[in-house]
Unconditional design. Structure first.
Length: 192
């Protein structure tokens, strides 16, 4: 049975993850994984087993919503072009608008971007936190926007994943950003 299946849907400020319909748990009267289900989006507690499952979903190319230090974000594995394309679809965002890559720490950032001594100093002083740095990519002539969020859930997800998450606020383009999982589900539930 999936977490919270017996609980009524009511607003909560609890830290939760919002996930799409694939990979549902089987149980009495429940469809198998990926089968039809009236509940389009799941809400999972932000505990270690569910964070690990959310990381698995990201590795499989899915889009996941999660809390950050500023608001709820929606993200995909940054190194998976198909997953990032799906993220743009979910956001209803034009593909030319870049997204921030969330990273766990400076070491993860250095795998993808050229980190100058000035950038390293800013990371040491302000990361984790709401500072986004735009740095040269290690792989081409472009730049990449990187941020290490100061949120335990987001950092645990990034650590479990071991790779950056391409991320944006968990709302459709032009809509107000959500501040809890219920708002994410109301705004993007069928898209996740």
């Amino acid at each position: 049975m999936r977490p919270g299946a017996d609980a009524p849907h009511r607003p909560t400020r609890a830290r939760t993850l919002a996930l799409g319909p694939a990979e549902r748990a089987q149980g009495p009267g429940r469809p198998g994984p990926g089968g039809p289900d009236p509940d389009v989006t799941e809400r999972w507690p932000a505990d270690p087993p569910h964070i690990a499952r959310a990381a698995e979903r990201l590795r499989a190319g899915h889009v996941v919503a999660f809390p950050t230090d500023t608001l709820y974000g929606v993200g995909a594995l940054a190194t998976d072009p198909a997953a990032v394309a799906r993220l743009y679809e979910v956001k209803r965002r034009p593909p030319g608008q870049p997204m921030v890559w969330l990273v766990a720490d400076r070491a993860q950032a250095e795998r993808y971007a050229v980190v100058s001594s000035a950038a390293a100093g800013l990371m040491a002083r302000f990361w984790p936190g709401p500072l986004t740095l735009v740095l040269p990519s290690r792989f081409d002539e472009s730049t990449i926007a990187l941020r290490a969020p100061a949120d335990a859930v987001a950092l645990a997800l990034l650590t479990a994943l071991g790779e950056p998450i391409a991320s944006s606020s968990a709302n459709a383009a032009g809509r107000p950003p959500p501040t809890d999982a219920n708002q994410v589900i109301a705004g993007l539930g069928e898209e996740l």
